[in-house]
Design a protein around this ligand. Structure first.
Ligand SMILES: [Zn+2]
Length: 74
């Protein structure tokens, strides 16, 4: 009779659901801005301070992204 570590064995069904209860952090929500002074591209997260990292200028323009069609598929 084989000794088998039954207590540590977990069937695949134990894995948490990914379809309903998504707990995973969303992919990096960075928005690309263009510095109004030096024109450098600045990527900011929603909570970041609006400020150019190159020159410190505080006026950034939102960069236009031509296509945002990512929520079509499901
Ligand atoms: Zn700048």
């Amino acid at each position: 009779m084989d000794l088998y570590p039954l207590e540590e064995f977990k069937p695949p069904e134990v894995l948490p659901p990914t379809e309903d209860g998504k707990v995973l952090a969303p992919p990096q929500l960075t928005v690309a801005y263009l510095c109004g002074d030096c024109g450098a591209e600045v990527r900011l997260k929603p909570k970041d301070v609006i400020q150019c990292r190159e020159c410190g200028y505080r006026i950034l323009y939102k960069k236009r992204t031509p296509k945002i069609v990512q929520y079509e598929a499901r």
